[in-house]
Ligand binder design. Structure first.
Ligand SMILES: [Zn+2]
Length: 436
């Protein structure tokens, strides 16, 4: 490691207690997507304390600060602000939101990196701009919350998607993202590279029938619940047409519309997600699911409205870039017990993330880290190692950004030269808007 890297590591180590305290503050005050006001404020206060001037309230709660306004490439270090609905988790807030997806660790990663990279000597060694970006709402929100958010001007599902729409990624060339391990069998401290994931579309199916007394005159009714139930069964029957290579998942639930038991329900809302590894497979499966529910409605004599909206795009797999590999080696040099793994072609994350949207328009370098156990989003998720969860990722973020931007940003420029986006921003917006 060079002198600058040594300095980055010691600055983060010197502030480890403060970073852990901030991690605990954010972890114990989890907030749902697009409502992360306290988390955003804590991040903005921290950035101000260390001499940066964050912009706040981006897509309601996003926080963005940058350093080093040079002409070179611009690298964004991304942290997600939101918690996940998991009321059974012992550390859930009264709202039912918890940090059972470890997003507080991402926020600490970018805070720690910011305070190190903003050191005058370190900053002077960067041949480009570093952006510290706390983004709202990675976790998909329920249809009723989305409807409320639409009134506040939120058009897209994910915070990153909405920020792309609002032009907040126009000044970013490369993003670095991180997450607690998402591939469940990874036991190393660090997993380098961006694993392919599914993307999805959301569906809201409104089955419309005719109410009647369920015992006295069921023959006068058209049972919307029966139509919905048949829709679920029809969707299950088409599963045999799904190919494993496409990593398709279809799932959903019936909203509680509050009908008494003795009434033939005249309407039922079903919320669905259709996931797959490619846009083509998402679109094909989406059409099959529509057919299943429309066919079910027709069989029962009900009417069926289906609204399909943009979810997240699949993550395009990206093997570990040199900057990530070298940054991990620097961490291992400091702590030889650090274990490192690279992603492999056969890895897949069946869950979806709005970081997928970014991978279609810019290079996204990603690593995941240990320090927690138990299934993500479940009541069993636990923090097991504060260093690995809250300090190591800050070092990885800072040193990866430094490696990209040192020597006149040579590596960042090489990555950009070799990158061919699958969509321009305009094409991305056209795709997403077509589903709204
Ligand atoms: Zn997550």
């Amino acid at each position: 490691m060079d002198h600058i890297e040594q300095k980055i590591l010691s600055i983060i180590d010197e502030h480890a207690e403060e970073l852990k305290k901030l991690a605990s503050q954010i972890y114990h005050n989890p907030e749902r997507g697009f409502a992360e006001h306290e988390t955003a404020k804590a991040a903005a206060d921290f950035l101000r304390k260390y001499g940066m001037e964050p912009r706040e309230g981006l897509a309601l709660t996003g926080v963005k600060a940058d350093i080093n306004q040079s002409d070179g490439p611009s690298v964004a270090l991304i942290g997600e602000l939101d918690g996940i609905g998991c009321p059974a988790h012992p550390d859930a807030a009264p709202t039912g939101i918890s940090h059972a997806c470890g997003h507080e660790a991402q926020m600490i990663a970018i805070m720690g990196a910011a305070l190190a990279l903003n050191d005058p000597e370190i900053k002077a060694a960067l041949g480009g701009r570093a952006v510290f970006f706390g983004v709202p709402a990675e976790e998909n929100l329920s249809a009723d919350i989305k409807a409320e958010l639409a009134k506040e001007g939120i058009v897209f599902n994910g915070g990153k998607s909405e920020l792309i729409r609002r032009g907040e990624f126009d000044d970013v060339d490369i993003s670095i993202t991180s997450h607690v391990h998402m591939v469940s069998n990874c036991s190393s401290d660090l997993l380098l590279g961006n694993v392919a994931s599914t993307g999805f579309v959301s569906k809201s199916v409104h089955m419309k029938g005719k109410a009647a007394h369920a015992a006295a005159a069921p023959h006068d009714g058209v049972n919307a619940l029966n139509a919905a139930t048949l829709g679920f069964n029809a969707m299950a029957m088409i599963r045999e047409t799904f190919q494993e290579k496409d990593a398709i998942r279809v799932h959903g639930q019936i909203r509680d519309d509050g009908f008494p038991c003795q009434t033939i329900p005249d309407h039922v809302h079903v919320d669905l997600m259709v996931r797959a590894k490619t846009l083509e497979a998402i679109n094909q499966t989406s059409a099959k699911v529509d057919r299943a529910y429309r066919g079910a409605a027709s069989a029962i004599g009900a009417d069926c409205d289906i609204v399909t909206t943009q979810g997240y795009l699949p993550v395009i797999m990206r093997k570990a870039d040199q900057a990530l590999v070298e940054a991990a080696e620097v961490l291992k040099e400091q702590r030889p017990e650090t274990t490192i793994e690279n992603i492999t072609d056969d890895m897949i994350n069946f869950a979806s993330t709005d970081a997928g949207d970014l991978t279609h328009i810019m290079p996204v370098l990603n690593f995941t880290f240990g320090g927690a156990e138990g299934a993500l989003h479940s009541k069993d998720y636990r923090i097991t190692d504060e260093y690995k969860l809250h300090i190591m990722p800050a070092k990885m973020m800072a040193i990866t950004a430094y490696r990209l931007l040192k020597d006149g940003a040579a590596e960042a420029k090489a990555i950009l030269d070799g990158f061919h986006p699958t969509m321009t921003k305009d094409e991305y917006l056209a795709y997403a808007k077509a589903l709204h």
